[in-house]
Design a protein around this ligand. Sequence first.
Ligand SMILES: [Cu+2]
Length: 348
Amino acid sequence: MKYLALVILFFACNVHADSESNSRAIDHAPIGVSADHYHKKGESMISVKHGYMKMGETIFNGDSISFDDVLAMPNPLNTTPMNLSVIPTDMSMQMSMVGGMYAPTNSVTLMAMGMFVSKKMDLNTYQAMMNRNLLGKFSTSSSDLSNISIGALIKLKETETTRLHAEITLQYSIGDQDTRGVALTPMGENMKMTLPYGMQSGDGSTRLVLGLTQVKKLNEKMRWGNQARIKTAISKADWAFGDHTELNSWLQYEVNQAVSLSSRLKWTHQGKISGRDQTISAPVQTANPENYGGKEWHIGFGINLLTHIIPGNKDRLSLEILQPIKQQKNNLQMKTDYLVIFGYQKTF
Ligand SMILES: [Cu+2]
């Protein structure tokens, strides 16, 4: 059913309109910035994005921490075992986003998007007591259509050198909230259990997204963009990922009409998880709602290309790589290594 909704969404956005002949690669922000541009009346666009994120190592309040130190930490969710005994060693996340935009007027652009997420985590299990020897390794995974969103961009100002627009979006988390997987317990048994929050595809929340984006022409070759975007849960299920604030500032350089390069600074803040799922209680950091959220600073480098692949308007290909420069994540969490985003967009 979820997939059918996504397919309908995809085709519903595929409306015919005027051609966009004088487009430039620099007209769109780095691909990792969402809702960065609006369209002219009658224009529509489809977009497919794919993101890959990799995490490894463990950090405590932003600082590296050894596995021995993690094993010495108390298990806050249960009396046995007394200490944390399972440690995530690697996590990767893939996000596929399919979206459409359509501008019924020059001042309003409508958007719809669906995001499919798949996650994989590798973990080590240690003896609960005594020598705390490594008992073994195991992996868990999940994948589902995570959320769908509908929204609108409202043009507030457009001059020769500046454009400013606001975003209002509703995002519905529809992914599985109780995916189960087989874990190796500190007693050496394989047990099927509800995976921790971070491995779930959704939390059942409805979120309101509000954004403000401004792009300034610095000179013929350079543009400077800034965006603030907040995501707040307006309805929650048993538990919910924390509210999210993101600030972006990017500089773009136009090599020529078909190529632009970008650098971006991204700041994010996310709250801890609110609420709890009582079935999530393994002696692992990810089972504790306190070990979520925090602040992160990232730097990104990207490229936007215009080319001809499919007949019609030019095809837009984009790539952006983001690397954390500072991670002040709450309590005990995994460290982000990098994030890569690839995008394909086409205007009709
Ligand atoms: Cu668009």
